[in-house]
Write a protein that binds this ligand. Structure first.
Ligand code: ADP
Ligand code: MG
Length: 632
């Protein structure tokens, strides 16, 4: 047999992963067994799926199972499955590289700080390579289902940067992973120990996990294998069991095997839907932490689709809308055909019903959490709130429910993290206030110190501070809440409604007359840059600010559109002047430097609003010129 042995190097990222894992996951080392058993189970799922169209792959052995054994003399632990197996090419590709999308970006993010990186690596998923946490050599013997007995492969590595592959004969299809334990891992050479790890982490695996039965042997004074196999897990799909039979720990462990996450989830919802349009079971989780690729709307992984317990596909993106892409879990349908494809999923009415039902369950879970577990909900909001906001536009049917789940920092919050719901805001609106006021900016600080807020502070009116990238977009779908209109503080002629008293109105009238000439001159000077100049009572400390006209697009939105490379409408802002401010008073008498004053005021207003100057050097020159006129 031409058992050509070849040695190859790991992909750079694999080397990094191995290094990091061995050094940072040591305290969590038992997870290697969970990962290897989960791979064995995936391999059996894949075989079952491929065999739907090609029954010959079963090779007359349809009883899928996983067997875990150990050998005290050789100091090895072995995990064996009769699943789909690996060809030589598969072994080189799947056990020598990491195929996950975003791998490069992920490794770019690692800080070198072991503790931080260990948490990150948990989100990324360690998989097969976790074998090297406990083993200093790993041997994989495998044959892909359907290939001849002579086309088995033996893959071996010491986890030091290289691996070898060699052709072998293997009678049974499937994969055996042999771990040559490190010197101090003798603890794992015990049936009791392995069994306890398996029941802790892998009880929910739907295939039988078998170990050799052991009995007390008087003569040897120890446990001895009887030669009989026993199944050590429950061996039925966790989601198919009744809720009452599942402990919180089991729910959490199941989450970890499907989510690439090390931490416990925040919450879950487990439902069996019968009757009606479709029949299915869903088990959906809300993670406690955002994954590294949450921002990628196309990167939807999380929902595994099963049909009558047969695994069909990962990342079934039709089952939940993108704004719920943080949800992880399993959906098992009783109606879909086993050979369902992504294309069919897109069209299927059953899938539509599952999707609608699942969205309701997730929103219900969040509503529950918001009502009864405020602290948990705050964690959720911090991690995933920005994504949920996308739902305001994505899911018109549930807009009202989503609006109630939104949280905002306001002028009355202690800081960015202290948020309120719209219902709370409305509940504490001032007498006479009939609108929900907000201000948008690029950052929380820019929003908090926006000049547009001055009059609201004076009148003690609470204002929502919006600084997430999605806010402007979301606001176009959130025009009112509970019958109250949402109103930007930076837009229009600031109609404060009943909050404005008679005296305000009189004052306004008076100053408008007083500044008539000044305003005319300002408009002439800035005619290319502003639509209009007017006096305002909205400012108390700042001399000027710019606002969008009622129909216009806010300056903040225009900037965002430009950044996104989109066409921003070319509307001009309105310049508002504070008649009480000494600078503005001065405009009435200023003769020689009127132009400098006006330009500086305008540029300041742009800056205060978070904008960029067209001519920053010109601003600095003019400002310095004016400063020089100040007497020492
Ligand atoms: P993941 O399970 O997330 O894909 P792993 O690192 O755990 O990542 O495994 C890498 C790949 O190696 C798997 O996707 C699979 O193709 C292959 N593999 C691992 N274990 C087995 C096995 N027991 N049988 C067949 N293929 C396997
Ligand atoms: Mg895996």
């Amino acid at each position: 047999m031409g058992a050509m042995k070849e040695t190859m190097g790991f992909q750079t990222e694999v080397k990094q992963l191995l290094h990091l894992m061995i050094h940072s996951l040591y305290s969590n080392k038992e997870i290697f067994l969970r990962e290897l058993v989960s791979n064995a189970s995936d391999a059996c799922d894949k075989l079952r799926f491929e065999a739907i169209n090609n029954a010959a792959l079963f090779e007359d052995n349809t009883e899928l199972k996983i067997q875990v054994t150990f050998d005290k003399e050789a100091r090895t632990v072995s995990i064996e499955d009769n699943g789909i197996g690996l060809s030589r090419e598969d072994a080189i590709e799947h056990l020598g590289t990491i195929a996950k999308s975003g791998t490069k970006e992920f490794f770019g993010k690692l800080s070198g700080d072991q503790q931080k990186d260990a948490a990150l690596i948990g989100q990324f998923g360690v998989g097969f390579y976790s074998a090297f946490i406990v083993a200093d050599k790993v041997t994989v013997r495998s044959r892909r289902a359907g290939l001849p007995v002579s086309e088995g492969v033996e893959w071996e590595s010491k986890g030091d940067g290289e691996f070898s592959v060699e052709a072998i004969e293997k009678a049974d299809r499937g994969t055996q992973i042999i771990l040559h334990l490190k010197a101090d891992e003798d603890e794992l050479l015990s049936g009791w120990k392995l069994k306890s790890i398996l029941t802790k982490y892998s009880d929910h695996i739907s295939l039988p996990i078998q170990m050799l039965k052991e009995e007390w042997d008087e003569q040897a004074g120890g446990m001895k294998a009887t030669g009989e196999w026993e199944t050590v897990n429950k061996a039925n799909a966790l989601w198919a069991r009744s809720k009452a039979d599942i402990t919180p720990e089991q729910y959490n462990e199941f989450y970890k095997t499907i989510s690439f996450d090390f931490a416990d989830p925040l919450a879950h919802t487990h439902n069996r839907v019968e009757g009606g349009r479709s029949e299915y079971t869903s088990l959906l989780y809300i993670p406690a932490k955002a994954p590294y690729d949450l921002w990628d709307r196309n990167q939807q992984k999380g929902i595994k689709l099963y049909v009558k317990r047969v695994f069909i596909m990962d990342d079934a993106e039709q089952l939940l809308p993108p704004y719920l892409r943080f949800v992880k879990g399993v959906i098992d349908s009783a109606d879909l055909p086993l050979n369902v494809s992504r294309e069919i999923l897109q069209e299927s009415r059953d899938v539509k019903a599952i999707r609608e039902g699942s969205v309701k369950k997730v929103l219900g879970l969040l509503e529950d959490m918001a009502a009864n577990e405020a602290e948990k909900y705050a964690t959720f909001w911090k991690e995933f709130g920005q994504v949920l906001k996308e739902g305001m536009g994505d899911d018109p049917a549930n807009k009202e429910r989503i609006a109630k789940l939104l949280r905002f920092a306001t002028t009355q919050s202690e800081g960015e993290a202290q948020t309120v719901s719209l219902a709370d805001y409305v509940g504490r609106m001032k007498e006479g206030q009939d609108k929900i006021y907000f201000v948008t900016a690029d950052t929380y600080a820019a929003a908090k110190y926006s000049p547009h807020l001055e009059v609201f502070k004076k009148k003690g009116v609470e204002v929502l501070l919006l600084s997430d990238r999605v806010d402007e977009w979301m606001l176009s779908y959130l025009q009112e809440f509970d019958g109250k209109e949402l109103q930007s503080c930076a837009k229009g002629g600031l109609d404060l409604g009943a909050l404005e008293d008679e005296q305000d109105k009189e004052t306004k009238k008076k100053v408008e007359d007083e500044f008539k000439d000044v305003l005319k001159k300002v408009e002439d000077l800035l005619k290319d840059r502003i639509k209009e100049a007017r006096v305002t009572l909205r400012l108390t400390d700042s001399p000027a600010c710019i606002v969008a006209d009622e129909s216009g697009v806010s300056e903040h939105l225009k900037r965002m559109l430009k950044q996104a490379g989109q066409n921003a409408p070319d509307t001009k802002p309105i310049l508002e002047l504070n008649p009480d401010h000494p600078f503005i008073q001065r405009l009435k008498i200023e003769k020689t430097q009127f132009e400098e004053w006006v330009n500086v005021l305008f540029d300041q207003a742009v800056l205060a609003e978070g904008g960029q100057l067209e001519d920053p050097a010109g601003f600095v020159r003019r400002l310095n010129m004016l400063l020089l006129t100040v007497k020492a």
